[in-house]
Write a protein that binds this ligand. Structure first.
Ligand code: ADP
Length: 334
């Protein structure tokens, strides 16, 4: 999934890992979800059983993987990481599930992209900690039941609407992560700046937060770009000018929109005269996958009131015209 800043490389991933909070107390924002998860984990601890299965949904970079790691860490259990695209056959899932140790936390990212046949196997596994393995084909086929060690599944998805109901129903707890408020992002940045040893006055912190698109991952990434800028220019600390200079280089505008966000808005406003336009058409116009537009670009544009969703398609809101500097009347006449 595309991000603001530079392409993800190994070092970036390592730093991202180092900045991850390891406890619910350190996890910034999402207060309601945190409270609910704390209760879930406490109950499991008191009863000495694995926690209920957890489904986390929301756009990329809002903390789903981090929460899965926290579940494992807080309950003192090992964590196994997998993802929907890696589970292309029921056999892949069977191998994964049968190798879990008792109480292990299994994280499946992008769970909506798992193979259908695996989904069905997962229903039984989640409910009864058991799977049926099919051997042979045709009339001679038989199924062999296999007991599994009890585990906690943490599923993450950017598109919870794509999950079949029977799967969704088997999660004991479902949470939708929301974009973060600027004050919350400031706290994320403050914490990360301290860890990275970057000196950042409150105004500079606020400026990075404003440009972070409501997303902690982007906040951390922009902070690293500011740090690079300070290193290269031999500066000890960042002021607003340094933040602006660093971030302008990366095509992140004053309200945090990146190149793709602006391309989508621009197509919507200029080319389709404000819409309504179908998602597929919009995706083709900007040369991007419809799925990316729907799960990454659109949620934020809707959240900040730039884009609306109607039964006939996507429409541009007045704020979008203002941001692009296009008179709204132009589209209405078109
Ligand atoms: P997702 O799995 O939803 O794509 P991640 O859990 O990988 O997102 O989070 C991306 C980065 O953002 C991580 O480096 C993590 O440290 C940081 N992050 C996410 N949510 C929070 C939070 N609530 N508080 C502090 N840091 C966060």
């Amino acid at each position: 999934v595309r991000e603001a800043g530079e392409p993800v490389d190994e070092t970036e991933l390592a730093i991202e890992g180092a900045l991850r909070p390891t406890s619910l107390a350190e996890f910034v924002g999402q207060q309601k979800v945190r409270g609910q998860m704390q209760l879930l984990l406490d109950a499991a601890r008191i009863q000495q059983r694995p926690a209920d299965h957890i489904l986390l949904s929301g756009p990329p970079g809002l903390g789903k993987t981090t929460l899965a790691m926290i579940v494992a860490h807080e309950s003192g259990r090992p964590l196994r990481l997998s993802s929907g695209p890696a589970i292309q056959h029921a056999g892949d899932l069977a191998a994964l599930l049968s190798s879990l140790t008792p109480g292990e936390v299994l994280f499946i990212d992008e769970i909506h992209r798992m193979a259908r046949s695996a989904e069905e196997m997962l229903y039984l596994a989640m409910e009864d900690f058991r799977i049926d393995i099919m051997v042979g084909k045709g009339a001679g086929a038989t199924s062999i039941p296999l007991d599994l060690a009890p585990f906690t599944l943490v599923g993450a998805t950017t598109r919870s609407g794509l999950l079949p109901n029977p799967l969704r129903d088997r999660f004991g707890f479902t949470a939708h992560l929301e974009f973060y408020e600027p004050e919350e992002l400031e706290r994320v940045i403050e914490r990360s700046a301290a860890m990275l040893g970057v000196s950042l006055p409150p105004a500079a912190r606020a400026e990075i937060a404003r440009r972070s698109r409501g997303t902690p991952r982007i906040a951390n990434r922009l902070l690293r770009r500011v740090r690079d800028y300070l290193v290269v220019h031999g500066r000890a600390g960042a002021d607003i000018e340094a933040v602006d200079a660093a971030l302008d280089l990366y095509d992140v505008d004053r309200i945090g929109l990146d190149r793709l966000d602006r391309a989508v808005l621009d197509a919507l406003v200029r080319r389709f005269r404000g819409g309504p336009v179908g998602l597929g058409t919009l995706a083709v116009a900007v040369g991007e996958e419809a799925d990316t537009i729907e799960s990454v670009v659109e949620p934020y544009l809707v959240r900040i009131g730039f884009m609306g969703r109607t039964p006939r398609g996507r429409i541009a809101m007045p704020e979008a015209y203002a941001h692009l500097g296009v008179p709204a009347a132009e589209s209405v006449l078109g």
